[in-house]
Design a protein around this ligand. Sequence first.
Ligand code: SF4
Length: 948
Amino acid sequence: MIKKKFFLEEVVDYTFRKYKDFKNLKVIFPNRRAGLYFQKALSKKIKKPVWSPSVFTMEDFVQNYSDIKISNDVTDSIQLNHILYQTISMHNGSGFTDSFEDFFYWGQVMIKDFDDIELELVDESKIFKAVKNQKEIDKSFDFLDKENFDRIKSFWKKFFPKMTINQKNFKETWEIILDIFIKYRGCLIDKKIAYKGLVYKEFLSMINSGKFKDKSDFLFVGFNVLSKSEKKILKYFIDKKSSMAFWDFDKYYFEDFNQESGDSFREFSNDKILKSTFPEVKPNNFIDNDKKFSSIGISSNIGQSKVIGNILSKLIKNKRFDEDKVLILLPDENLLLPVLNSIPTQINNINVTMGLSLQETSISSLIKLLYRIDKRKYKRDFKYCHYFKDVIELLTHPYIYQFDESITTEIITDIKEKKKIDIRNEELSGYSIFLENIFDLQSNLILKLKKITEYIFNKSKNLSVLDKEYIKSFLDIIYKIDGINIKLNSYENEFKLLNQILRMIRIPFSGEPLKGLQIMGVFESRNLDFDDVFILNMNEGNFPKSSFNVSFIPFNIRKAFNLDTSDNHDKIYSYLFYRVIQRARNITFIHNTSSSIKSNGEVSRYIRQIESESKFKIKNYFISDKLIPEERKKIIIEKDKNTIEKLKTRFFSNGYISPTGVKDYLECPLRFYYKYIANIRETYPISSDILKSDFGKISHKVLEDIYSDIIKNKANPVLDKNDFFKIKASIKGMINRTLKSHFNLRKNNELYLEGNNIILYEIMNNYISHIIKIDEKYSPFKIIDLEGDKKSGYHKTLHLNKNYKINISGIIDRIDFKNDTFRIIDYKTGGDIKNIKSIESLFSNKKKDRNDAVFQLFFYSILLKNKFKESTRIIPGLMNIRDLNKSNFSINISINNQIVEDVNPYIDEFESLLITKLSEIFDIDKPFTENDDINSCTYCAYKNLHSG
Ligand code: SF4
């Protein structure tokens, strides 16, 4: 089968046939991208040097003949909005007190209405009169969300304080609007900048008055739905300048009156001037036998991007694969990043062309973080401080973090290690010039953002192309706000305005234009053809996009005056859909089968239409994205001599193994390897709350300090009933003192606790008070050691298999003595159980069978016995938070429900099992492997090292 030509190749052929000399030829397209592709197609055909025709978009073409600049970017929009704001302020005088940031939203809506009115050449006095007569005005605002409805409502109230929006006083408002429209129009003409409709209308006046003198040839290519003014312009050139139009359409929808995509062409072909531009033989590309359709449903957006990645990976293996002929059409821009991340690296060039909302980008989150940290700053000791969580969030923002990773890591580590809560602003700004700008308290938000983003744009090394584009567009906005001197009196007002702008305005994004795989928005695909077309988000609500006109002019009036309505949107979407596939060979629709805000998981009506109306069969596939993970090979770390040397150094020559070390090994030998041999530190998320681990540390320290403060002043370290009066009075003070030192607060700084921490403080107070009460009852008793450790003599060397030796030690919360009995007390802030099945069960590698708290007590008993070298009775005991307030509370542990009155009879068995386990660690033939018990992995700090 002979390959059909692409539309722009046909235009090139036509151009060669029709025009002898391109020097005086002006070719006008609906968008820039189509013009660029036309030039590319033309250059392929040119064999010898010739003049190239001039190529324009319709806007650029009209702009050529007007000294009024058409607003065509974000920054122009801000200026137009500000001029409207000033016009209304002047009109209403002191009665108008709205700020520009509050005005911005509905200013945009009003300008769009004015633009529509002029583009459709509607008599403004008539349409405003019609709106004035509309009774149920509230109904026309049904589409607005509450926030914007309230904003508009409050604006109208500034004109008419006593009116409600659905009152008949609304009529008067529209009289004002006409006045404002006329003044605003005049203002724009004076300032030589305007929305498109105004400039088109001026252009029409010029050509109608015979002032248009350009003698060039004009060719209009690829237009579809036209506004009234565009149609008049086109007709003028065809009628009066013998110009031509070349339409991009297909017989398939042109001749089928049920297809709304053909509506405009049928209308134009019946127009007495335009009909001469329609070919006798209608293009017939859609019904091409070679076309293949597939439709793939998957239940997530990320799944859609993975699907496209997989298909491309297969396609590129084919030698005939040409990435220049592949289009990925994205009706929903939110899929852009996942899609970009899924494209196989073998694709050499990717080009993105679509309108993007800055609100979804990192720029928007940066603004929010800067605003929030400023709003929440507070004073400590007369110095501005920031809450550590805010600082960390700001510093870990991708733009800030990657700017100077070493500094940001240093600050975050410092905060974490020293447990800083209030971070002084001056400390942060002292780190670097970049951070000085971020934490500059004198600067307003816009100036600060300007400095920061300029810095990032010019000096950041790791910015992606997309991020550079976002930042550049954002900087243009900032320069414009700066340039037109908008008065924003507070940080908050600046934030509100930026938010409004980011919410409403989309930036046109366009990369390296003509090379490689193309990713496009629906509108950008006009006039372009590709062999392989992938359309994602083929769901109702996405394609066609559910649309509503945000307008002050109610739907019925818009319809009556032929203004743009959602009906038009449906026509345009339908046309763009058929157009992009009319010459393609392989068409793949990918849709989401699950519901979302925009769609209920229903496939696009266009897929149904192809299925039911065309001769094509669509191959349907459904993919479950609940992927069953491929079984991952277990990680096995073999031991060698070096490992054994490391073990010897770590646990014998230079140190010891603690109960935690043994527990780590029992839990998972691989974890033990990561922690003690590979020396990878455990990292846990930073939290503003008193964490579980903090809670334990602080309460242990409080108990240690309370008792050591008492006994240090006594000749004999015995606590009797009299001491407890003083002890009880010191609890709160001691908690405060310990909290301050734990969180590195200065002595004279006050302790501020918020939210959860207040509750935890009370729980801690309660827990400690209970222990003291129980101790008081048990008194008098002698304190032998508090937090006793290796230095205090609690250690022992054990002899393992193959003559290896290991030291064991640990920190024992408390050892006391009474009635010829030692008690080893361990404070526990969890709900530890005190009964075990057997000594052997303490060495199980199944978490649920072990009891680490009891294990610890037996372990300490060995140390105690070794220190005192005698067989005095030893009672191991737990003071665990959950049991303390039980009336029958006792510290005793039990084996098979038999209370352990003395640990001595059990110690040998425990020690022998311990030696066996420790010998296993030193066994060169026994590799470090993952534990089979997945319960061990739940809170493991190393799980990211091998998640899979
Ligand atoms: S995640 Fe599981 S297997 Fe991996 S080291 Fe931790 S406990 Fe062991």
